[in-house]
Ligand binder design. Structure first.
Ligand SMILES: [Zn+2]
Ligand SMILES: [Zn+2]
Length: 155
């Protein structure tokens, strides 16, 4: 055989993800765009990392629908945290109705209670779970540190 077979996009994808338990956020570790969404080149086109993950694990995304992150974490590529919605609904997020629905939830997608101490706000005024944010940033930093230490450990 001449040369090596090309590496399948899925094989290149997962090393860029901090994949936790099924109900946790799966943090994208590679390049993110200005809006905070992970970017991945599937070999043909540059695509959003979360869209790639959704197609890989769930299936095709209908043309008329967009993906909404239920966990409010744009760097998350866990399809369990995604919902397909019409673009208009996504754009209206933050409107009174949808905000009211979000506010009515007593727990985050990971089961942490939205107590006053555990509730923060993101840039758009949406509610965020502080426990989740702590876990996510800690995991990110640990991963970054591991990346930095690796060459030393090997050398
Ligand atoms: Zn998530
Ligand atoms: Zn949480």
């Amino acid at each position: 055989m001449i040369g090596r077979p090309p590496v399948a996009p899925a094989e290149r994808f997962w090393p860029k993800v901090s994949r936790g338990a099924d109900n946790e956020c799966w943090e994208w570790l590679a390049y993110r765009d200005r809006d905070g969404y992970g970017q991945f080149n599937d070999g043909t086109t540059q695509t959003s990392a979360h869209r790639f993950a959704y197609r890989l694990l769930v299936g095709a995304i209908p043309r008329e629908l967009v993906i909404d992150h239920l966990c409010e974490n744009r760097g998350c590529v866990n399809p369990a945290h995604m919902e397909l919605v019409p673009p208009r609904v996504n754009a209206l997020r933050g409107s009174r109705t949808l905000a009211a629905i979000a506010e009515a939830k007593t727990h985050c997608v990971h089961g942490h209670r939205f107590s006053p101490e555990n509730t923060g706000r993101d840039g758009r005024g949406a509610r965020v779970c502080r426990a989740c944010r702590r876990v996510n940033s800690r995991r990110w930093y640990e991963r970054q540190r591991a990346e930095r230490l690796r060459p030393l450990a090997q050398g």
